[in-house]
Design a protein around this ligand. Structure first.
Ligand code: SF4
Length: 313
């Protein structure tokens, strides 16, 4: 097995910033609270939790008794933004705010606020349950619509004068398709491409990398929409693409024909997680050999060294 970590795979600037803001505050000994995952990578969140980060649900955060339990703590806004409702609540509790919202998402929030106040409808291409989209929809003050598919863009009713933007991690090809459909339907449509440039570049990098490998192991959080985009991009050109979160997710049966194995990650995947998988693959255990296959001394053969004997006719 020849293992290569994609050289361009790294966390995006927005995630790096959110993690380092949280780490700095934790190092200063502050009590840091985030509502939901700060970034979409549960193992990296696990590492930050060990340093002291507290993750709470929005239901718990909004309960009246939370004022007392969170007073004096620091509220960290997530990389993909937070609703104004939660930020207001944190201020009411007297919490200090660390704004870890990615500047790209902040820009979308400003656009939405400005255009909604000018009376435009807001159309957001994305997933309605994604935290970034929830935050944007709240800032639309009732004039927002989420569109997830070209079919929805074709069928739904929209304001003639609308702003069309995207969730930052949406597939740029989907955004362009919906732009094409709606620009024919709405005469007063204003389009601003808010898809993340880092991900646009990653998409083409991952495609090129997947074409060079026999198999791709993509590491990243299961809830991450950018991981889904990169996974589907890689799988489109390389059917042997697998998306894992941790070493235990590896299935050794995948590796029967995998001579060139490429490791890559999503926008929230730190390098240590890719190094970890490389090390697990390099120290591939002997017990993964096919059952019953023995070498001349009676030991078990590694599966990759084993060749089925030819049957005589
Ligand atoms: S993926 Fe892009 S938009 Fe999202 S946090 Fe990273 S840099 Fe920001």
């Amino acid at each position: 097995m020849r293992i290569t970590i994609e050289t361009k795979a790294r966390p995006c600037p927005g995630v790096e910033r959110a993690v380092s803001l949280a780490e700095d505050a934790l190092r200063r000994g502050e009590r840091i609270i985030a509502v939901g995952e700060l970034i979409h990578n549960s193992r990296e969140i696990g590492r930050l939790r060990q340093l002291g980060l507290e993750i709470v649900s929005s239901e718990r955060f909004l309960k009246p008794e939370s004022r007392k339990s969170f007073a004096g703590a620091v509220f960290t806004l997530r990389a993909h933004g937070e609703t104004e409702k939660l930020v207001r609540k944190a201020k009411e509790y007297g919490m200090r705010i660390i704004d870890a919202t990615c500047p790209i998402v902040q820009h979308s929030q400003d656009l939405v606020r400005q255009h909604a106040s000018e009376g435009l409808g807001i159309i957001i291409v994305g997933a309605p349950d994604h935290p970034e989209v929830k935050g944007l929809m709240e800032r639309c003050k009732g004039s927002g619509t989420v569109v997830s598919t070209p079919q929805q863009a074709e069928r739904r009713e929209f304001e003639e004068r609308s702003l069309l933007i995207a969730q930052s991690t949406v597939d740029p090809d989907l955004f362009h398709e919906i732009c094409r459909i709606l620009s024919h339907r709405l005469s007063g449509l204003k389009i601003i491409d808010t898809t993340c440039r880092f991900l646009r570049t990653r998409k083409s990098d991952v495609k090129a990398f997947a074409e060079e490998q026999d198999m791709i192991i993509l590491i990243g959080g299961r809830h991450s929409s950018n991981c889904r985009l990169l996974f589907e991009t890689a799988r489109h050109v390389n059917a042997q693409t697998h998306w894992i979160e941790k070493p235990d997710d590896l299935d050794w049966s995948w590796f029967k024909n995998g001579e060139r194995v490429g490791i890559t990650g999503g926008a929230s995947t730190p390098k240590w997680q890719m190094d970890e998988i490389r090390s697990v693959l390099e120290n591939h255990p002997v017990k993964t050999a096919p059952r019953g296959v023995k070498n001349k001394k009676g030991g078990t053969l590694l599966w990759r060294m084993w060749k089925k004997p030819k049957t005589k006719k």
